[in-house]
Write a protein that binds this ligand. Structure first.
Ligand code: ZN
Length: 343
């Protein structure tokens, strides 16, 4: 049983890691963050990294003064760590514009060199050109290798960083699609017309044109790798059982007699009632008396990671009696049939 509990907990931990990245990225989607705003205004990345937080503080001050409230909070993945930063809605761009003119360093900023305006193809390739290679070949084994080297936390970091990159990549393809209209699109096609396939200009243009397709493929490959790792189909990774802190106590006391307290983390009281065992490791039919926010109930469920759908919940005495009658009938029938077995 302990191995099964370990994998169950490990799956829960891993699911937390994945969901967090998705959640943070979703929560912050569409928000303007200080650093990204600066680079969007043509400030180079090094400057944005260096003065981004000072610029952000100026923006926050302007927001507070004009709205009498704190700016919204968003999540930003900085070097693989999720950080809380201020976020602004597209309708609040004027706050950032005003900060840009107010904060001395951005007000006086002069671009390092005034090169010709980059084309959407160049912008896309600079921002996203490395992603296909980065995502190519990521499999469940990649994540298992990371886990062997640095534990489950290393996988969570890897997953978070890549989810953030996928999010950025999608935005890059959307930016490209938005920019490639009318004369801009015509000019890009003229630029590559009549050139051979292997001309770098043609390659860059094609890479940008199939950006969304590449992104979707990479996302599918990455999801498949995470699923393979989550369910560890090869079963090759041993994860040591990290002791949890003691379970919290329920303030008003346990709500069922014999509660073991294991699920107090989830505000749930459970008392095991015993189990029927089957062939195969960790395959059984346990029954529990449960009290949670939906009330008290008895539940019998198959304990086997591949058949979690075998479950019977009883919420009143009649349905509990129906189940026990079936068990008694089955017990009597097994007793009767036993007469035909050798002693
Ligand atoms: Zn309890």
């Amino acid at each position: 049983m302990s191995h099964a509990l370990t994998s169950r907990k490990r799956h829960l931990n891993a699911a937390n890691g994945v969901d967090l990245g998705v959640l943070y990225t979703t929560v912050s989607a569409g928000m303007l963050l200080a650093r990204r705003y600066l680079t969007g205004r043509g400030i180079d990345q090094e400057f944005a990294d260096r003065y981004g937080s000072a610029f952000g503080r100026t923006a926050a001050k302007i927001y507070r003064t004009s709205n009498g409230a704190e700016p919204r909070r968003a999540w930003s993945n900085v070097n693989g760590k999720w950080r809380r930063v201020n976020g602004y809605l597209p309708t609040e761009t004027d706050v950032l514009d005003k900060a840009f003119d107010t904060y001395p360093r951005t007000a006086d900023y002069v671009a390092p060199e005034l090169a010709a305006e980059p084309t959407p193809v160049e912008i896309y390739n600079k921002a996203a050109g490395h992603y296909p290679a980065q995502f190519a070949g990521i499999t469940g084994e990649t994540l298992r290798a990371a886990e062997r080297a640095g534990g489950t936390e290393a996988v969570e970091r890897f997953v978070n960083v890549h989810l953030d990159d996928l999010h950025t990549w999608k935005q890059d393809t959307e930016d490209y699609d938005r920019a490639m209209v009318g004369d801009v699109d015509k000019a890009a096609r003229r630029e590559v017309q009549g050139r051979p396939w292997d001309d770098p200009r043609v390659q860059r243009w094609m890479q940008a044109e199939r950006g969304m397709e590449d992104y979707l493929n990479a996302r599918d490959t990455f999801n498949a790798a995470v699923v393979d790792w989550l369910y560890d189909l090869t079963g090759t990774v041993e994860v040591s059982d990290v002791p949890r802190p003691p379970a919290p106590t329920i303030p008003e006391g346990c709500r069922v007699p014999g509660c073991v307290g294991t699920w107090h983390y989830d505000d749930m009281c459970t008392a095991p009632l015993g189990e029927v065992q089957f062939e195969g490791e960790d395959v059984s039919l346990p029954a529990e008396l449960v009290a949670d926010e939906t009330g008290r109930h008895i539940v019998a469920f198959a304990y086997n990671l591949s058949s979690l759908n075998i479950r019977r919940e009883m919420r009143d005495r009649v349905s509990a009696a129906e189940f026990t009658a079936q068990l008694r009938q089955l017990a009597d029938a097994v007793d009767g049939a036993a007469a035909f077995l050798p002693a």
